[in-house]
Ligand binder design. Structure first.
Ligand code: UDP
Length: 316
């Protein structure tokens, strides 16, 4: 039986990965310092004999007893609001945390998959973004703490691969949504959905002409697993190429919630990317993967989750 460590295992993506790996018959250890993760995302797994949780900050030396076949390094604040509030932790987990995870992979002779991000492309000048594009990142802007941490993480991952022969994989994750997103993480979907469900104004930043391409979490996890099992070392985009403006996205949320909320415009955050769409040619050709869940289906499942949790949010 394969044994996997998921750092950030109590987070949105990490917890879905734990579910998926357990379903594949892996033994899973979730590690999280619970800074932005939430034990409620994995509490349904505590009864499972193949699952273990370790509360630990991966910027400190990581000790895991026994053998490990896979390390999936997903620990990091990941929403712009979170990483603006936690800039040093974000830089540390991307740099020191990735170093520790790679050290563990070398020691255990495990294959490490790094959760990287479309943020490596910054405010892109190439559209759609393919993996050969080096990006347009402002290192000293507010988003630089995340973008540069992930770019460093990719660099050190390649160095461990080239210099120490560690088996590595790098996924560049594009905007992803689904159940277990934090309702208050400040991203577009949680903001729009909670605002719509509460009948509050929907805050569209800027004129809403900026674009994103939203991938349902189950599709993303399936793609990541394909990548983990593949021989592809160089970074691979995983995301849904269905691109839309934020204005249209906000209108879609109003439509599916049947809300009477109105759109209001707020200032566009500094360095907010104007466009984003993954070129997934490589994932299609080399992993045989592409997203299957439509926006309507994915949003319906996500809305059920938000409805079930909305009363837990403090009133503002
Ligand atoms: N956004 C918005 N209203 C909100 C939150 C976000 O219009 O209440 C915009 C944000 O400016 C960005 C897009 O939605 O253009 C996606 O933002 P998100 O925070 O989800 O993640 P990003 O893709 O920027 O990392």
């Amino acid at each position: 039986m394969a044994r996997a460590l998921v750092t950030g295992g109590a987070g949105f993506l990490g917890s879905h990965l734990c579910d998926f790996l357990l379903a594949q018959g892996c033994e899973v250890i979730a590690m999280d310092n619970l800074l932005t993760g939430d034990l409620r995302n994995i509490e349904h797994l505590f009864e499972n004999d193949g699952f273990k949780f370790i509360k630990h900050d991966v910027t400190e030396y990581i000790h895991v007893p026994g053998e490990l076949d896979y390390i999936l390094h997903f620990a990091s604040p990941a929403s712009p609001v979170d990483y603006l509030e936690l800039p040093i932790q974000t830089l540390k987990v991307g740099s020191l945390g990735t170093h520790k995870a790679l050290g563990l992979a070398k020691e255990k002779k495990a294959r490490l998959l790094l959760a990287s991000t479309s943020e490596c492309y910054g405010d892109p000048l190439v559209h759609p973004q393919n993996e050969d594009y080096w990006g347009n990142v402002n290192p000293v802007g507010p988003r630089g703490v995340y973008d540069e941490a992930k770019r460093f993480a990719e660099a050190i991952t390649m160095a461990y691969h080239r210099f120490h022969g560690v088996e590595t994989r790098i996924v560049r994750i594009f905007n992803t949504y689904g159940p277990r997103m934090r309702l208050d993480d400040g991203r577009a979907l949680p903001n729009f959905m909670t605002q719509a469900l509460r009948g509050q104004d929907i805050t569209v930043y800027g004129d809403g002409s900026q674009t994103r391409s939203f991938c349902y979490v189950a599709d993303l996890i399936a793609g990541i697993y394909r990548l983990l099992m593949s021989e592809r070392v160089m970074p691979t985009n995983i995301g849904n190429p269905a691109e839309m403006t934020l204005l249209d996205f906000a209108k879609k949320i109003i439509e599916i919630t049947g809300s009477s909320s109105k759109l209001v415009h707020r200032e566009l955050p500094e360095d907010d990317p104007k466009v984003r769409q993954p070129d997934i040619t490589r994932a299609r050709n080399e992993l045989g993967w592409e997203p299957k869940v439509s926006l309507d289906e994915g949003l319906a499942t996500t809305l059920d989750y938000f409805r079930s949790r909305i009363d837990e949010l403090p009133a503002d």
